[in-house]
Design a binder for this molecule. Structure first.
Ligand code: GLU
Length: 399
Protein backbone atom coordinates (compact mmCIF):
# COMPACT_ATOMS: atom_id res chain seq x y z
CA UNK A 1 0.00 0.00 0.00
CA UNK A 2 1.47 3.35 -1.04
CA UNK A 3 2.20 5.62 1.88
CA UNK A 4 0.84 9.11 1.29
CA UNK A 5 2.45 12.34 2.36
CA UNK A 6 1.29 13.54 5.75
CA UNK A 7 -0.52 16.56 4.24
CA UNK A 8 -3.05 14.23 2.64
CA UNK A 9 -4.09 13.09 6.13
CA UNK A 10 -4.16 16.68 7.36
CA UNK A 11 -6.40 18.14 4.67
CA UNK A 12 -10.17 17.63 4.67
CA UNK A 13 -12.09 16.96 1.47
CA UNK A 14 -14.24 19.79 0.09
CA UNK A 15 -17.79 19.23 1.40
CA UNK A 16 -19.24 21.53 -1.23
CA UNK A 17 -17.68 19.55 -4.05
CA UNK A 18 -18.49 16.24 -2.35
CA UNK A 19 -22.19 17.10 -2.16
CA UNK A 20 -22.13 18.38 -5.74
CA UNK A 21 -20.60 15.07 -6.87
CA UNK A 22 -23.24 13.09 -4.97
CA UNK A 23 -25.96 15.07 -6.73
CA UNK A 24 -24.32 14.41 -10.13
CA UNK A 25 -23.99 10.66 -9.40
CA UNK A 26 -27.65 10.34 -8.41
CA UNK A 27 -28.74 12.30 -11.45
CA UNK A 28 -26.65 10.01 -13.69
CA UNK A 29 -28.53 7.05 -12.15
CA UNK A 30 -31.79 8.66 -13.25
CA UNK A 31 -32.82 9.86 -9.78
CA UNK A 32 -34.95 13.02 -9.71
CA UNK A 33 -32.56 15.11 -7.61
CA UNK A 34 -32.97 18.71 -6.51
CA UNK A 35 -29.55 20.19 -6.08
CA UNK A 36 -29.20 23.01 -3.54
CA UNK A 37 -25.54 22.12 -2.98
CA UNK A 38 -23.37 23.68 -5.67
CA UNK A 39 -22.82 27.39 -5.53
CA UNK A 40 -23.48 27.99 -9.18
CA UNK A 41 -26.12 29.71 -11.31
CA UNK A 42 -28.44 27.51 -13.36
CA UNK A 43 -28.00 29.89 -16.34
CA UNK A 44 -25.73 29.01 -19.22
CA UNK A 45 -22.80 31.38 -19.79
CA UNK A 46 -24.11 34.41 -21.75
CA UNK A 47 -24.01 34.03 -25.53
CA UNK A 48 -21.51 36.84 -26.26
CA UNK A 49 -19.00 35.10 -23.96
CA UNK A 50 -19.56 31.69 -25.56
CA UNK A 51 -19.13 33.27 -29.01
CA UNK A 52 -15.84 34.86 -27.94
CA UNK A 53 -14.58 31.41 -26.90
CA UNK A 54 -15.56 29.92 -30.27
CA UNK A 55 -13.81 32.74 -32.13
CA UNK A 56 -10.69 32.29 -29.99
CA UNK A 57 -10.55 28.59 -30.87
CA UNK A 58 -11.05 29.31 -34.57
CA UNK A 59 -8.27 31.94 -34.43
CA UNK A 60 -5.85 29.47 -32.91
CA UNK A 61 -5.79 31.00 -29.44
CA UNK A 62 -5.35 27.46 -28.20
CA UNK A 63 -1.75 27.67 -26.99
CA UNK A 64 -0.04 28.42 -23.67
CA UNK A 65 -0.42 32.03 -22.63
CA UNK A 66 1.89 34.12 -20.47
CA UNK A 67 2.02 32.43 -17.04
CA UNK A 68 0.29 35.30 -15.27
CA UNK A 69 -2.41 35.56 -17.96
CA UNK A 70 -2.75 37.23 -21.36
CA UNK A 71 -2.07 40.94 -21.39
CA UNK A 72 -5.55 41.41 -22.96
CA UNK A 73 -7.25 39.78 -19.98
CA UNK A 74 -5.09 41.48 -17.35
CA UNK A 75 -5.87 44.79 -19.08
CA UNK A 76 -9.59 43.90 -19.15
CA UNK A 77 -9.43 43.19 -15.40
CA UNK A 78 -7.92 46.66 -14.87
CA UNK A 79 -10.69 48.22 -16.99
CA UNK A 80 -13.31 46.38 -14.93
CA UNK A 81 -11.68 47.39 -11.62
CA UNK A 82 -11.75 51.04 -12.69
CA UNK A 83 -15.32 50.89 -14.02
CA UNK A 84 -16.92 48.95 -11.17
CA UNK A 85 -14.62 49.31 -8.17
CA UNK A 86 -13.05 52.73 -8.82
CA UNK A 87 -9.61 51.17 -8.42
CA UNK A 88 -6.52 52.07 -10.44
CA UNK A 89 -4.59 48.84 -10.89
CA UNK A 90 -1.88 48.17 -13.48
CA UNK A 91 -1.68 44.80 -15.32
CA UNK A 92 1.56 43.73 -13.58
CA UNK A 93 -0.39 43.74 -10.31
CA UNK A 94 -2.90 41.21 -11.71
CA UNK A 95 -2.62 37.41 -11.84
CA UNK A 96 -5.06 35.27 -13.82
CA UNK A 97 -5.59 31.80 -12.36
CA UNK A 98 -7.52 28.60 -12.99
CA UNK A 99 -10.48 29.83 -11.00
CA UNK A 100 -10.42 32.18 -8.03
CA UNK A 101 -9.93 29.16 -5.83
CA UNK A 102 -6.42 28.79 -7.24
CA UNK A 103 -5.72 32.49 -6.60
CA UNK A 104 -6.69 32.02 -2.94
CA UNK A 105 -4.62 28.86 -2.65
CA UNK A 106 -1.61 30.58 -4.23
CA UNK A 107 -1.93 33.57 -1.91
CA UNK A 108 -1.77 31.23 1.11
CA UNK A 109 1.15 29.26 -0.37
CA UNK A 110 3.00 32.52 -0.99
CA UNK A 111 2.37 34.23 2.34
CA UNK A 112 2.17 31.59 5.06
CA UNK A 113 4.33 28.78 6.41
CA UNK A 114 4.82 26.51 9.38
CA UNK A 115 4.51 28.38 12.69
CA UNK A 116 2.25 31.09 11.24
CA UNK A 117 -1.35 31.63 12.24
CA UNK A 118 -4.12 32.92 9.97
CA UNK A 119 -7.44 34.35 11.20
CA UNK A 120 -10.61 32.99 9.62
CA UNK A 121 -14.20 33.81 10.56
CA UNK A 122 -16.77 31.12 11.38
CA UNK A 123 -18.86 30.15 9.44
CA UNK A 124 -16.16 29.91 6.77
CA UNK A 125 -16.17 28.66 3.21
CA UNK A 126 -15.00 25.06 3.52
CA UNK A 127 -11.72 25.66 1.68
CA UNK A 128 -10.31 28.55 3.75
CA UNK A 129 -8.97 26.47 6.66
CA UNK A 130 -7.69 23.88 4.21
CA UNK A 131 -5.76 26.43 2.13
CA UNK A 132 -4.08 27.53 5.36
CA UNK A 133 -3.43 23.95 6.46
CA UNK A 134 -1.89 23.14 3.07
CA UNK A 135 0.51 26.06 3.56
CA UNK A 136 1.60 24.39 6.88
CA UNK A 137 0.24 27.34 8.88
CA UNK A 138 -2.54 27.08 11.47
CA UNK A 139 -6.07 28.42 10.92
CA UNK A 140 -7.39 30.33 13.94
CA UNK A 141 -11.18 30.47 13.97
CA UNK A 142 -12.94 33.65 15.04
CA UNK A 143 -16.57 33.76 16.22
CA UNK A 144 -19.29 35.77 14.55
CA UNK A 145 -22.74 36.64 15.85
CA UNK A 146 -25.35 34.50 14.05
CA UNK A 147 -28.12 36.69 15.50
CA UNK A 148 -26.56 39.79 14.02
CA UNK A 149 -25.78 39.22 10.32
CA UNK A 150 -22.83 36.95 11.26
CA UNK A 151 -20.79 40.04 12.10
CA UNK A 152 -17.33 39.48 13.63
CA UNK A 153 -17.02 39.19 17.40
CA UNK A 154 -14.20 41.70 17.84
CA UNK A 155 -13.64 40.69 21.48
CA UNK A 156 -13.09 37.11 20.40
CA UNK A 157 -10.81 38.28 17.59
CA UNK A 158 -8.69 40.43 19.90
CA UNK A 159 -8.33 37.57 22.38
CA UNK A 160 -6.77 35.45 19.62
CA UNK A 161 -4.13 37.91 18.44
CA UNK A 162 -0.58 36.60 18.91
CA UNK A 163 2.65 37.56 17.22
CA UNK A 164 2.32 34.40 15.14
CA UNK A 165 -0.68 35.82 13.25
CA UNK A 166 0.46 36.69 9.71
CA UNK A 167 -2.80 37.06 7.87
CA UNK A 168 -6.57 37.33 7.92
CA UNK A 169 -9.07 36.02 5.37
CA UNK A 170 -12.27 37.98 4.83
CA UNK A 171 -15.19 37.11 2.56
CA UNK A 172 -18.03 39.56 2.20
CA UNK A 173 -20.59 38.81 0.73
CA UNK A 174 -20.06 35.53 2.51
CA UNK A 175 -20.22 31.94 1.48
CA UNK A 176 -22.04 30.22 3.27
CA UNK A 177 -24.11 32.87 5.08
CA UNK A 178 -24.76 35.37 2.27
CA UNK A 179 -24.20 38.14 4.80
CA UNK A 180 -22.70 41.41 3.66
CA UNK A 181 -20.59 43.18 6.28
CA UNK A 182 -20.84 46.93 6.64
CA UNK A 183 -18.03 49.16 5.40
CA UNK A 184 -17.39 50.09 9.03
CA UNK A 185 -16.65 46.47 9.97
CA UNK A 186 -14.27 46.00 7.04
CA UNK A 187 -12.54 49.30 7.85
CA UNK A 188 -12.05 48.16 11.47
CA UNK A 189 -10.60 44.85 10.29
CA UNK A 190 -8.28 46.58 7.82
CA UNK A 191 -7.12 48.92 10.60
CA UNK A 192 -6.31 45.95 12.85
CA UNK A 193 -4.49 44.26 9.97
CA UNK A 194 -2.38 47.35 9.33
CA UNK A 195 -1.61 47.82 13.04
CA UNK A 196 -0.48 44.20 13.37
CA UNK A 197 1.22 43.88 9.94
CA UNK A 198 -1.12 41.14 8.75
CA UNK A 199 -1.76 40.58 5.06
CA UNK A 200 -5.46 40.61 4.25
CA UNK A 201 -6.77 38.08 1.74
CA UNK A 202 -10.13 39.42 0.60
CA UNK A 203 -12.28 36.89 -1.25
CA UNK A 204 -14.67 39.09 -3.24
CA UNK A 205 -16.13 36.32 -5.34
CA UNK A 206 -19.71 37.56 -4.78
CA UNK A 207 -18.99 41.32 -5.13
CA UNK A 208 -21.61 41.78 -7.89
CA UNK A 209 -24.25 39.73 -6.09
CA UNK A 210 -25.34 42.32 -3.53
CA UNK A 211 -29.09 42.87 -3.36
CA UNK A 212 -29.35 46.01 -1.25
CA UNK A 213 -26.96 48.93 -1.17
CA UNK A 214 -23.56 49.21 -2.76
CA UNK A 215 -20.58 46.92 -2.46
CA UNK A 216 -17.19 48.53 -1.87
CA UNK A 217 -14.03 46.52 -2.34
CA UNK A 218 -11.76 46.25 0.71
CA UNK A 219 -8.93 47.82 -1.33
CA UNK A 220 -11.08 50.87 -2.09
CA UNK A 221 -12.01 51.24 1.59
CA UNK A 222 -8.34 51.00 2.52
CA UNK A 223 -7.44 53.69 -0.05
CA UNK A 224 -10.32 56.04 0.81
CA UNK A 225 -9.62 55.86 4.53
CA UNK A 226 -5.82 56.03 4.11
CA UNK A 227 -5.39 52.75 5.99
CA UNK A 228 -2.61 51.35 3.82
CA UNK A 229 -3.50 47.72 4.53
CA UNK A 230 -1.64 45.08 2.54
CA UNK A 231 -4.50 43.39 0.65
CA UNK A 232 -4.57 40.59 -1.90
CA UNK A 233 -8.02 40.74 -3.46
CA UNK A 234 -9.37 37.68 -5.25
CA UNK A 235 -12.27 37.89 -7.68
CA UNK A 236 -14.03 35.39 -9.90
CA UNK A 237 -15.60 35.06 -13.33
CA UNK A 238 -17.65 32.08 -12.12
CA UNK A 239 -20.58 33.54 -10.22
CA UNK A 240 -21.04 36.91 -11.96
CA UNK A 241 -20.94 35.52 -15.49
CA UNK A 242 -22.24 31.97 -14.87
CA UNK A 243 -18.81 30.60 -15.81
CA UNK A 244 -18.14 28.13 -12.97
CA UNK A 245 -16.87 25.40 -15.31
CA UNK A 246 -14.50 27.67 -17.23
CA UNK A 247 -12.23 28.01 -14.19
CA UNK A 248 -11.03 31.58 -14.54
CA UNK A 249 -10.41 33.88 -11.60
CA UNK A 250 -7.91 36.56 -10.72
CA UNK A 251 -6.03 38.26 -7.92
CA UNK A 252 -4.59 41.74 -7.59
CA UNK A 253 -2.41 43.33 -4.98
CA UNK A 254 1.14 44.31 -4.21
CA UNK A 255 3.37 43.62 -7.21
CA UNK A 256 5.96 41.44 -5.47
CA UNK A 257 3.28 39.19 -3.93
CA UNK A 258 1.48 38.81 -7.26
CA UNK A 259 4.81 37.97 -8.90
CA UNK A 260 5.58 35.33 -6.26
CA UNK A 261 2.10 33.83 -6.65
CA UNK A 262 2.73 33.72 -10.42
CA UNK A 263 6.02 31.89 -9.85
CA UNK A 264 4.25 29.06 -8.00
CA UNK A 265 1.42 29.00 -10.55
CA UNK A 266 3.96 28.75 -13.40
CA UNK A 267 5.35 25.56 -11.87
CA UNK A 268 1.98 24.12 -10.88
CA UNK A 269 -0.20 24.73 -13.93
CA UNK A 270 1.76 26.90 -16.43
CA UNK A 271 -1.15 29.25 -17.09
CA UNK A 272 -4.93 29.39 -16.99
CA UNK A 273 -6.88 27.90 -19.89
CA UNK A 274 -6.32 30.08 -22.98
CA UNK A 275 -9.86 29.83 -24.40
CA UNK A 276 -11.40 30.70 -21.05
CA UNK A 277 -9.12 33.72 -20.83
CA UNK A 278 -10.20 34.97 -24.27
CA UNK A 279 -13.87 34.50 -23.29
CA UNK A 280 -13.26 36.35 -20.02
CA UNK A 281 -12.05 39.44 -21.89
CA UNK A 282 -15.47 39.64 -23.56
CA UNK A 283 -17.20 38.96 -20.22
CA UNK A 284 -15.42 41.84 -18.52
CA UNK A 285 -15.54 44.48 -21.22
CA UNK A 286 -18.53 43.37 -23.34
CA UNK A 287 -22.25 43.82 -22.78
CA UNK A 288 -23.18 43.57 -19.08
CA UNK A 289 -26.96 43.44 -19.46
CA UNK A 290 -27.21 39.67 -18.87
CA UNK A 291 -25.44 40.12 -15.54
CA UNK A 292 -28.09 42.62 -14.45
CA UNK A 293 -30.83 40.21 -15.55
CA UNK A 294 -29.27 37.34 -13.57
CA UNK A 295 -28.84 39.45 -10.43
CA UNK A 296 -32.53 40.43 -10.65
CA UNK A 297 -33.50 36.75 -10.87
CA UNK A 298 -31.27 35.81 -7.93
CA UNK A 299 -32.96 38.49 -5.81
CA UNK A 300 -36.43 37.08 -6.59
CA UNK A 301 -35.23 33.54 -5.88
CA UNK A 302 -33.66 34.65 -2.60
CA UNK A 303 -36.94 36.18 -1.46
CA UNK A 304 -38.83 33.01 -2.36
CA UNK A 305 -36.29 30.69 -0.72
CA UNK A 306 -36.13 32.68 2.51
CA UNK A 307 -39.91 32.93 2.83
CA UNK A 308 -40.39 29.19 2.19
CA UNK A 309 -37.68 28.27 4.71
CA UNK A 310 -39.20 30.53 7.35
CA UNK A 311 -42.56 28.79 6.86
CA UNK A 312 -41.00 25.47 7.95
CA UNK A 313 -41.83 24.76 11.62
CA UNK A 314 -38.93 25.59 13.95
CA UNK A 315 -36.70 27.02 11.21
CA UNK A 316 -35.37 30.55 11.18
CA UNK A 317 -33.61 32.05 8.20
CA UNK A 318 -32.36 35.63 7.97
CA UNK A 319 -32.55 37.38 4.63
CA UNK A 320 -29.01 37.33 3.23
CA UNK A 321 -27.87 40.60 1.63
CA UNK A 322 -25.72 38.95 -1.03
CA UNK A 323 -24.25 35.86 -2.73
CA UNK A 324 -26.79 33.13 -3.52
CA UNK A 325 -26.96 31.10 -0.34
CA UNK A 326 -29.57 30.82 2.40
CA UNK A 327 -28.17 29.54 5.69
CA UNK A 328 -31.12 28.62 7.93
CA UNK A 329 -30.85 27.36 11.49
CA UNK A 330 -32.11 23.78 11.76
CA UNK A 331 -30.97 23.24 15.36
CA UNK A 332 -34.59 22.58 16.43
CA UNK A 333 -34.25 19.25 14.59
CA UNK A 334 -30.81 18.23 15.88
CA UNK A 335 -31.24 15.58 18.59
CA UNK A 336 -34.47 14.22 17.04
CA UNK A 337 -34.65 10.84 15.30
CA UNK A 338 -35.63 9.59 11.88
CA UNK A 339 -36.97 6.01 11.87
CA UNK A 340 -34.89 5.25 14.93
CA UNK A 341 -31.72 6.95 13.64
CA UNK A 342 -30.60 9.78 15.88
CA UNK A 343 -29.94 13.11 14.13
CA UNK A 344 -26.72 13.98 15.94
CA UNK A 345 -25.67 16.88 13.76
CA UNK A 346 -26.25 18.68 10.47
CA UNK A 347 -24.23 16.03 8.57
CA UNK A 348 -26.81 13.38 9.53
CA UNK A 349 -29.74 15.72 8.89
CA UNK A 350 -28.44 16.70 5.46
CA UNK A 351 -27.92 13.00 4.70
CA UNK A 352 -31.47 12.07 5.75
CA UNK A 353 -32.84 14.88 3.55
CA UNK A 354 -30.77 13.59 0.65
CA UNK A 355 -31.70 9.93 1.08
CA UNK A 356 -35.39 10.50 1.74
CA UNK A 357 -36.22 13.56 -0.34
CA UNK A 358 -33.45 13.46 -2.95
CA UNK A 359 -32.66 17.04 -2.06
CA UNK A 360 -28.95 17.87 -1.88
CA UNK A 361 -27.79 20.52 0.61
CA UNK A 362 -24.50 21.22 2.39
CA UNK A 363 -24.36 20.62 6.17
CA UNK A 364 -23.44 23.66 8.26
CA UNK A 365 -20.96 21.63 10.32
CA UNK A 366 -18.75 21.57 7.19
CA UNK A 367 -18.60 25.40 7.43
CA UNK A 368 -17.96 25.41 11.18
CA UNK A 369 -21.63 26.25 11.91
CA UNK A 370 -23.36 23.34 13.68
CA UNK A 371 -27.14 23.26 13.35
CA UNK A 372 -27.22 25.18 10.07
CA UNK A 373 -27.69 23.87 6.54
CA UNK A 374 -26.68 25.75 3.37
CA UNK A 375 -29.15 26.03 0.49
CA UNK A 376 -27.76 27.38 -2.77
CA UNK A 377 -30.76 28.94 -4.51
CA UNK A 378 -29.87 30.06 -8.06
CA UNK A 379 -32.46 27.64 -9.44
CA UNK A 380 -35.86 28.06 -11.11
CA UNK A 381 -38.66 29.02 -8.71
CA UNK A 382 -40.68 25.83 -9.30
CA UNK A 383 -37.56 23.79 -8.43
CA UNK A 384 -37.09 25.80 -5.21
CA UNK A 385 -40.77 25.26 -4.27
CA UNK A 386 -40.61 21.52 -4.95
CA UNK A 387 -37.30 21.16 -3.05
CA UNK A 388 -38.54 22.87 0.09
CA UNK A 389 -41.81 20.94 -0.02
CA UNK A 390 -39.79 17.72 -0.03
CA UNK A 391 -37.68 18.95 2.91
CA UNK A 392 -40.91 19.77 4.80
CA UNK A 393 -42.19 16.23 4.34
CA UNK A 394 -38.95 14.80 5.77
CA UNK A 395 -39.02 17.16 8.75
CA UNK A 396 -42.60 16.04 9.52
CA UNK A 397 -41.28 12.49 9.98
CA UNK A 398 -38.69 13.44 12.61
CA UNK A 399 -39.54 12.83 16.26
N1 GLU B 1 -17.67 27.90 -4.09
C1 GLU B 1 -18.73 27.03 -4.51
C2 GLU B 1 -19.48 26.47 -3.34
O1 GLU B 1 -19.21 26.77 -2.22
C3 GLU B 1 -18.22 26.00 -5.46
C4 GLU B 1 -17.67 24.71 -4.93
C5 GLU B 1 -16.33 24.87 -4.30
O2 GLU B 1 -15.34 24.98 -5.02
O3 GLU B 1 -16.34 24.91 -3.07
O4 GLU B 1 -20.42 25.73 -3.58
Amino acid sequence: MTEFAERVQRVKPSFTLEMTSRAAELRAQGVDVINFSAGQPDFNTPENIREAAKTAMDNGETKYTAGSGTIELRQAVCTKLKRENQLEVSPERVLISNGEKQSLYLACQTLFQSGDEVLIFKPYWVSFPEFVTLSDATPILIDTDSKNNFEPDFENLKSKITDKVKGIIINSPSNPTGSVWSDEIIINLLGLAKENSWTVISDECYERLVFEGEFTSAQKLSDDHHIGANIITCMSMSKTYAMTGWRIGYAFGEKSIIKAMGKIQGQATSCANAIGQAASVEALIGDQSTVEMMIGKFRERRDLMVSLLNELPGITCDTPGGAFYAFPDFSAYIGKSFRGEKIDDSFVLSDVILNEAKVVTVPGDGFGAPGHIRFSYPLAKNVIREGILRVKKVLEQLN
